[in-house]
Write a protein that binds this ligand. Structure first.
Ligand code: KIV
Length: 289
């Protein structure tokens, strides 16, 4: 099993699953570690996080990159798209994820309307995430439209993760959550990916694109690709944690459910309710004298 390691010279670095990304140096994973992983052809996982406690679990498991996604709009705030969430909604979640982790690089998603207007707007928003939440990088959606924004952020010292394919902030233009990049659109996506790399992005998320296109983009770039619904040929894979843990009611086809969290939580809370009703909880060991 390969890993993104902050201490690539330390062969003894290994975690509970035999892959403690970032090794044992006690420092955060950086963009240099991510770049080195690509050179070594190592695959790595990214998951979303929105609070300190889950961030700590994922950090302890050795997940090298945590994304505070604008998916928070749906999985935290209960909206039916990512559009309504604001910078002020995401800043405290990002700060909590930074506080809850000590090894992972924390990437803050720039929400809809907070960067599209101009490079200046993107810089102001990204700077807020870096200063007020302690994020280590930002993510934004789009191809050629956002190249000036990417250039501005990178020149200001802010690492940028790009996002192509199904870009949920553009769901109304795309006409729904559907596979992108088929046919000629694949050539455009490839051109966008190369342009984003040229503009200085350190990685690019490829969402809901055909596997062969994702594989070709991955082979053509020197920065890592991070797939979600993009098949097995990308450098990294990302999932929303509520999807992979089985909390999401109707996950997309590309989701693999690794746990039945909804079922386990329901069983547990029913057990609590039954014991309260029966007067079994709290027992003496849960009570003070
Ligand atoms: O907001 C998010 O969670 C994302 C990932 C799905 C890539 O953008």
């Amino acid at each position: 099993m390969s890993s993104v390691s902050a201490v690539p010279d330390n062969p003894s670095a290994s975690g509970s699953a035999g892959m403690l990304y970032g090794g044992s140096s006690g420092r955060r994973v950086t963009v240099r570690d991510i770049a080195a992983a690509k050179e070594r052809h190592e695959r790595w996982p990214m998951v979303t996080a929105y609070d300190a406690m889950t961030a700590r679990v994922f950090d302890d498991a050795g997940i090298p990159v945590l994304l505070v996604g604008d998916s928070a709009a749906m999985v935290v705030y209960g909206y039916d798209s990512t559009l309504p969430v604001t910078v002020d909604d995401l800043l405290p979640l990002t700060a909590a994820v930074v506080r809850g982790s000590s090894r992972a690089m924390v990437v803050a998603d720039l929400p809809f309307g907070s960067y599209q207007a101009s490079p200046q707007q993107a810089l102001e928003t990204a700077a807020r995430f870096m200063k007020e939440s302690g994020a280590h990088a930002v993510k934004l959606e789009g191809g050629h439209r956002v190249l000036p924004q990417v250039e501005m952020l990178v020149s200001a010292g802010i690492p940028v993760m790009a996002h192509l394919g199904l870009t949920p902030q553009s769901v109304n233009v795309l006409g729904g959550y559907r596979v992108q990049g088929r046919g000629q659109a694949g050539d455009e996506l490839m051109a966008d990916a190369k342009a984003l790399e040229h503009a200085g992005a350190f990685s690019v998320v490829l969402e809901c694109v055909p596997s062969d296109l994702a594989e070709r983009v991955t082979a053509s770039l020197s920065i890592p690709t991070i797939g979600i619904g993009a098949g097995p040929g990308t450098d990294a894979q990302v999932l929303v944690w509520q999807d992979l843990m089985g909390l999401t009611a109707h996950p997309a086809k590309f989701v693999k459910k690794y746990f039945d969290l909804a079922g386990e939580m329901e069983r547990a809370v029913r057990g609590f309710a039954d014991e309260v009703a029966a007067g079994v909880f709290p027992a003496p060991e849960h009570s003070y004298r």
